[in-house]
Every structure is written in structure tokens, then in C-alpha cells.
Design a protein around this ligand. Structure first.
Ligand code: C2E
Ligand code: CA
Ligand code: CA
Ligand code: CA
Length: 272
């Protein structure tokens, strides 16, 4: 047993080395991707439940890898986050999404805004407001045509700093949404003071609707909480029409999910 234990250890060690090697390769590949234009932005519709209209789109990054094809963000965002490259990726997506939104507007599309994800890294750096102001100036996009999505955990990580930054962003005129709401630990007293327009209810709660009692209770509570604080609620990950109908009955404002549309390249998206 002792010798097999030692072999097990050696095997584990080898796995660690392999893992580290892959990680280094991924970081180098990602840097190359950013410099050589291999990143793409796809856009997923956000719908208003009241009149069923598409009000906006969320920008979601992909990597068009020369060998591997279209790589989803789940496979490179985590590494980009701990290597610090995420800030450069987010800045690129922000600019690209703003340019695309300007193009849609000049083509007469009725979209109100484009939503962009901001990683906790970029958010915690503090000078995000200057960067956003610069991108708006460079692209000519009106501030209220841009929504920034910051995760609940990024905000609650350092609530004082987050509050100050959100207020500076708010005074630029951009829209603000708390992403993946319900998965972090919000202080309700804090939440109430945040200058935020929208809570995005995490898809893990929507998944169990309408049969899971806990998910139903949480969805109900989040909608009531948001409305009491003069915020709107968007439910993520809506895949079935029975979920949609339930969310409508519960008074949810907006929905996003495969039922309404998958993320697509700008050229493939059907806009009114
Ligand atoms: P997220 O911000 O919560 O984005 C929603 C994710 O849910 C997207 O996955 C979207 O494709 C997926 N989704 C939408 N509707 C449905 C549905 O009905 N069912 C299911 N099962 N999934 C649905 P995606 O594009 O793979 O992105 C995953 C995550 O990667 C995002 O989660 C976000 O955290 C991160 N991400 C994507 N783009 C960026 C970016 O430009 N910057 C940063 N910092 N993070 C990004
Ligand atoms: Ca998001
Ligand atoms: Ca989310
Ligand atoms: Ca998520």
C-alpha cells in the first residue's frame, strides 16, 4: 500500500506539471489572440416581459481559435482573471461593443443599450470610470446606451470602494446592473444605497422554476426586494416557456435565455 501511495503521489505531481504547462500555454495563446484579432463578441437578446420587445443585448466574448474553433469564455476567462489579462480583454470587449452599438444606432435599430461584463479585477482597479468615459468619447456612444454588469461578489468584496466607483459611473450616465445576483452575499443595507438600475437574477434560480419551492421563493423575494428599492429585475437562463410565464406572473421585468435567443455574432442577429 505504501509503494502505491508513493506512485500515486508521483502521478499527482506529473499531473500538476502538466496542468501548469497547459496554463502557461493558454496564457500565451490568449495574449496572441488579443493581439491578433482572434477574439469575437457575440450578442444575446434581453427582452422586456411587458411588451415582449428586445430592449438590449449582452456582449459575450468568444475566442475564435485557429485549431480549436469557437472557444467559450468559461474555458479562458478564469485563467485570464488570475493572470490579470482579463482587464485588457474587458477593455477590448467594451470598445468593440460600443462601436457595434453605434453602428446599430446609425442603421436605425431600436435597441436601447448594449450590456458589457466587467470583471472584478477591472472593477477593483478604480479607474474604470475614466476608461469608460474615454470609450464613450472615442466611439461617440451616448452614455445611456451602455450598461455595465458587475457581479454581486465584486461589489460586496469591498463595498465602500464599489459604492464610490458605482456613483462615479452613474454620474457619467451609464446604466448599472448587478450580475449573478443571489450567488454572493449582499448586505441589504448596502444594496439599498447602490446607484444601480437592475438586478440580474442568476440562472441557477431560474433553472428550478416553476417546480422547485426554494427557487420559486428566492425568485419571488428578489423581485420584491428589487422593486422595493426601485430597481428592475432580469431573469437569466430562461429556456422553457413555463419559466417565462411564471416569471411574468411574479412581476419580473426582463428576461434573457435560449428561449428568446442565443448569443450570436452581430451579423446573424435579427434586430427590429
Ligand atoms: P454571464 O455574464 O452570467 O453570462 C450569461 C451566460 O449564460 C452566457 O454564457 C450565456 O451564453 C449563458 N446563457 C444565456 N442564456 C442561457 C440559457 O437559457 N441557458 C443556459 N444554460 N445558459 C444561458 P457564456 O457566453 O458562455 O459566458 C459565461 C460567462 O463568462 C459569463 O456569464 C461571464 O461571467 C463571462 N464572460 C463572458 N464574456 C465576458 C467578458 O467580455 N468579460 C468578462 N469579464 N466576463 C465575460
Ligand atoms: Ca453578465
Ligand atoms: Ca449572469
Ligand atoms: Ca454567470
Amino acid at each position: 500500500a505504501k509503494s502505491s501511495g508513493r506512485e500515486g503521489f508521483a502521478f499527482y505531481d506529473q499531473e500538476q506539471t502538466e496542468y501548469a504547462r497547459q496554463r502557461v500555454e493558454l496564457i500565451a495563446g490568449l495574449r496572441h489572440a488579443l493581439e491578433n484579432g482572434e477574439l469575437r463578441v457575440h450578442y444575446q437578446p434581453l427582452h422586456c416581459l411587458g411588451d415582449n420587445r428586445m430592449i438590449g443585448v449582452e456582449a459575450l466574448v468568444r475566442w475564435q481559435h485557429p485549431q480549436r474553433g469557437l472557444v467559450p469564455p468559461g474555458e479562458f476567462i478564469p485563467v485570464a482573471e488570475d493572470s490579470g489579462m482579463i482587464s485588457a480583454i474587458d477593455a477590448w470587449v467594451l470598445e468593440e461593443a460600443c462601436r457595434q452599438m453605434v453602428a446599430w444606432r446609425s442603421a436605425g435599430r431600436s435597441l436601447q443599450f448594449v450590456a458589457v461584463n466587467i470583471s472584478s479585477r477591472l472593477f477593483s482597479r478604480g479607474e474604470l470610470d475614466q476608461r469608460v468615459a474615454q470609450v464613450l468619447t472615442d466611439t461617440g456612444l451616448p452614455a445611456d446606451c451602455l450598461e455595465l454588469e458587475v457581479t454581486e461578489s465584486a461589489v460586496m468584496d469591498d463595498p465602500d470602494q464599489a459604492q464610490a466607483l458605482l456613483e462615479r459611473l452613474r454620474s457619467l450616465g451609464v446604466r448599472l446592473a448587478i450580475d449573478d445576483f443571489g450567488t454572493g452575499y449582499s448586505s441589504l443595507a448596502r444594496l439599498k444605497r447602490l446607484p444601480v438600475h437592475k438586478l440580474k437574477l442568476d440562472q441557477s434560480f431560474v433553472a428550478g422554476l416553476p417546480h422547485d419551492k426554494d427557487d420559486l421563493a428566492i425568485t419571488h423575494a428578489v423581485i420584491a426586494l428589487a422593486h422595493n428599492m426601485d430597481m428592475k429585475v432580469l431573469a437569466e437562463g430562461v429556456e422553457r416557456s413555463e419559466q417565462l410565464e411564471h416569471l411574468r406572473q411574479l412581476g419580473c421585468d426582463y428576461v434573457q435565455g435560449y428561449l428568446l435567443g442565443r448569443p450570436l455574432a452581430a451579423a446573424d442577429l435579427h434586430l427590429g
